[in-house]
Design a binder for this molecule. Structure first.
Ligand code: 8YV
Length: 342
């Protein structure tokens, strides 16, 4: 394929080396930093018909407007809260994401954070490293996971994978969604605050975005109560972070295991000083296996779309249809599918 045959795409913000290499093999890739001056983009960049970005960068309306030929956004994430979906829809730009392939690893991390928080694993690690144990200090006794009531806020794909992992350990698994999931073998709680009130641990697995912004507020944290812990592997924006810091500082909840924050990579300094909090650098999907699978899915989505882009150029003027399959049958995974997601 000559360079002129290759569809031009924009890599918006940093991606991932394996994904970068696979993109270079197929497309003419223009790297555009997330903070680029969009008014100064070259004509070659403005000709790009697809854009790829990390979940934390997404695609605001401004980049869509700066790329007049843009037809598709390929996200390297399941979450699309940083994409202006309404704007994409209005402009007829397709948005694809990477569901399913990361579900297990994100669920594993949620369960790991639950245990680490409830059993004081990180705090006790610090105690050992500091030599305090060797000098005779005993670890404080902790609560336990086995037999506890686990509330899951958002029983989508990841929420279900978390529930499945904890079924044997939990005394009960309960959940809250916008509506009851007909096929879920867990107790549905129609009100989110009630869910917190009835849970020993609350695991936040809902999708981000404006609808879920600060869904977990001071009232919900108070309902969780002084023995309760919260785990968040969803988006930092789902929890009112100031309310969380205040509740932890006043011991109105017992602890928190957090992989995500409201203003990543900034973590509120107050949290850094708290022993009852376990902090992770948004690494739910960050395994070699899963980041590779996510990159492959981004490529599959783009390849299918590239075929579509070329068909648009076909002299017959044929226009491809939505949802066709690529290679071994990996379908374009549309973020705009309307399915209840995590
Ligand atoms: C991504 C995530 O890996 O997929 C998501 O929505 O939160 C992470 O697992 C991260 O956003 C990188 O794109």
């Amino acid at each position: 394929m000559t360079d002129t045959d290759r569809p031009a795409i924009v890599a918006f913000g940093p991606l991932y080396p394996y994904l970068d290499a696979e993109l270079e093999r197929r497309f003419t890739v223009h790297a555009v930093p997330a903070d680029a001056d969009l008014a100064a983009l070259s004509p070659a960049i403005r000709a790009a018909r697809a854009l790829v970005s990390f979940g934390s960068v997404g695609a605001p309306a401004a980049i869509m407007d700066a790329l007049p030929a843009l037809e598709m956004i390929g996200l390297f994430s399941v979450g699309y809260d940083k994409v202006d979906i309404d704007h994409a829809r209005a402009k007829g730009i397709r948005v694809t994401n990477t569901p399913d392939v990361l579900t297990d690893d994100v669920a594993d991390l949620a369960v790991g954070l639950l245990y680490a928080t409830v059993r004081n694993i990180a705090a006790n690690d610090r105690l050992v490293r500091a030599g305090a144990w060797a000098q005779g200090r005993k670890p404080a006794l902790s609560a336990r996971v086995t037999g506890s009531r686990i509330g899951i806020l958002g029983l989508g794909r990841i929420g279900r994978a978390i529930a499945w992992r904890l079924e044997r350990q939990a005394g009960e698994i309960l959940y809250h969604n916008r509506s009851e999931a007909a096929d879920a073998p867990y107790r549905y709680v129609a009100d989110a605050i009630d869910l917190a009130r009835q849970s020993d641990a609350l695991i936040v697995a809902t999708s981000g975005g404006p609808e879920a912004a600060r869904l977990v507020d001071a009232a919900m944290l108070d309902a969780l109560g002084p023995q309760g812990v919260i785990v968040n592997i969803s988006r930092g924006s789902v929890i009112d972070e100031d309310a969380l810091v205040a509740a932890l500082a006043a011991r109105r909840i017992a602890g928190a295991g957090l992989d995500v924050f409201a203003h990543e990579p900034h973590v509120p300094p107050a949290l850094l000083a708290m022993d009852q909090v376990v902090l992770q650098p948004h690494q739910g999907s960050a395994t070699v296996h899963t980041r590779g699978a996510m990159a492959d899915l981004v490529i599959a989505n783009l390849d299918a779309a590239a075929r579509f882009l070329r068909e648009r150029d076909d002299v017959t003027g044929r226009v491809g249809t939505l949802g066709w399959c690529y290679g071994g049958g990996v379908a374009l995974s549309y973020a705009l599918g309307g399915e209840e997601h995590e």
